[in-house]
Design a protein around this ligand. Structure first.
Ligand code: SUG
Length: 448
């Protein structure tokens, strides 16, 4: 049976703004309070989806969330009508209003961890929504994420959904941003690679000194258990704490994998040799031949990686078995990174082509091409069971761009977030979107 990796990209929501909310994420911190352009952000994301679809890749779309999150503000004690809740929060606690307005659900690599049916004990595709417990503005995403994923992957014969892990730092889980899967073919059993930043319960593991390690070993192990993965099909590795302290807040800022290939920076992991050997021997047991492409620090520094997002690229398999790297424009403007990429594609190795996309609006909050997509490996039967409304087609691309043009503002500052009219605009837009994507009722304003 045929199998595919389907990339579901997060559609940027109408409140996209630079709130400076993510301590440890250099771009988010350095662009704090700049004015943003939600319309441009959404169109840049859609252009990437369309381009990948046009290249022959399977592409889907994941809906944004209701923002401002009035329900979350009410839980913090703001009361009255929805407009009063927003006005009171703006007057008394602007940082909380800003957090409740974040369009951060666009980075769907953090929406969930997904295990394909070939890896799981019950032969279903498993999803665990990420609790995103490290940052308040992201911790409020998972209830709606779960409803949206449930509406996209509704058939219980093929899809199993798990609630987010307990909402404490010891089970901090950031989803697929710290998870990669290696396999010979998408429909065959593979090796799932979980990368954590610290251990919550075992003091033998080192931890970063400056910035938080968002993913714990215990969270990754819980996800592997929930998904029914075999021990032989799982490898755990620790991120180098010193790269977290240099701004590598998720592993997908310093490594990306696809098929049998891991593309990573020399400084990304602790005990890299042991980890590479384990990946290689476990992949061999399911018939695969592991290959690693290590980028030396002499060619690209960790700082270059963080600024250019070289590793937050999408590594995609082409029909001839070679691979294509989708990188952000910032890679072309970094001389060392661009030179490295020229050498890489010219060297006759597995990565043969680089395509550059302008995703500046998302990049300024620390979200590159790979942050914007959730990978779901599906066989033909499973793909046919996905809600067809969320699979990208030329007509869907047209309706979504027109929808963005109709509803999105082209400038957003803190003052705009305090405007209660914005909530009404967003709800009108999202109500229409759920019809376009055939999602049914998924937002708090639709179900409460
Ligand atoms: O969680 N930025 C996100 C970026 C997530 C990137 N995802 C992956 N690497 N997979 C984060 O730090 C910034 C929001 C703001 O400051 O307005 C933010 O949430």
């Amino acid at each position: 049976m045929k199998s595919y990796e389907v990339n579901f990209d997060g559609l940027v929501g109408p409140t996209h703004n630079y709130g400076g909310l993510s301590y440890g994420n250099v771009a988010s911190q350095s662009n704090s309070q700049q004015s943003s352009n939600p319309k441009e952000a959404a169109l840049q994301g859609l252009a990437k989806m369309k381009a990948l679809m046009d290249m022959g890749f399977q592409q889907g779309v994941l809906a944004p969330q209701e923002r401002p999150d009035v329900v979350a503000l009410r839980r913090l004690g703001f009361a009255g009508s929805d407009a009063q809740v927003i006005q009171q929060a703006a007057k008394e606690a602007m940082p909380l209003l800003v957090a409740s307005c974040s369009a951060s659900s666009m980075w769907v690599a953090n929406a969930a961890t997904v295990s394909p049916s070939a890896d799981t004990a019950d032969g279903r595709v498993h999803f665990t929504a990420a609790n995103l417990n490290c940052k308040y503005h992201r911790s409020i995403e998972h209830p709606t994420t779960s409803r949206v994923l449930g509406a996209m992957f509704a058939n219980p014969h093929h899809f199993a959904h798990h609630a987010a892990l307990p909402a404490v730092a010891q089970f901090g889980d950031e989803g697929a941003a710290n998870h990669t899967r290696f396999c010979r073919a998408y429909g065959e059993a593979g090796v799932e690679f979980f990368v954590f930043g610290r251990s919550a319960f075992d003091t033998r593991y080192p931890a970063p000194q400056k910035y938080p390690a968002r993913q714990t070993l215990e969270a990754s192990q819980a996800v592997a258990r929930l998904h029914g993965l075999r021990e032989e099909g799982v490898v755990y590795a620790q991120q180098n704490p010193s790269v977290i302290d240099q701004g590598v807040f998720h592993n997908d800022v310093i490594a990306v994998g696809n098929g049998e290939v891991l593309f990573y920076h020399e400084d990304a992991f602790l005990e890299a040799d042991k980890m590479l050997a384990e990946l290689s021997s476990k992949l061999a047991k399911v018939g695969g031949k592991f290959q690693s492409v290590c980028v030396p620090r002499s060619a690209v520094t960790v700082d270059d990686a963080v600024r250019s997002y070289l590793f937050n690229s999408q590594l995609l398999s082409r029909p001839d078995g070679s691979m294509l790297l989708i990188v952000p424009e910032e890679c072309r403007s970094n001389e060392r990174v661009w030179q490295y990429l020229q050498g890489l594609t010219g060297a006759g190795g597995v990565i043969r082509e680089v395509k550059v996309f302008d995703l500046k609006q998302s990049m300024q909050n620390g979200g590159g091409p790979a942050c914007l997509r959730l990978r779901v490996a599906l066989n033909e039967t499973e793909l046919a069971a996905v809600n067809s409304g969320v699979i990208m087609t030329a007509p869907l691309y047209d309706s979504l761009t027109q929808w963005v043009e109709r509803h999105y503002r082209d400038r957003m500052t803190e003052n705009d977030l305090a405007d209660p009219q914005l909530l009404l605009e967003c709800r009108a837009a999202l109500d229409e979107l759920t019809q376009i994507l055939k999602l049914g009722s998924v937002y708090p304003f639709q179900i409460n």
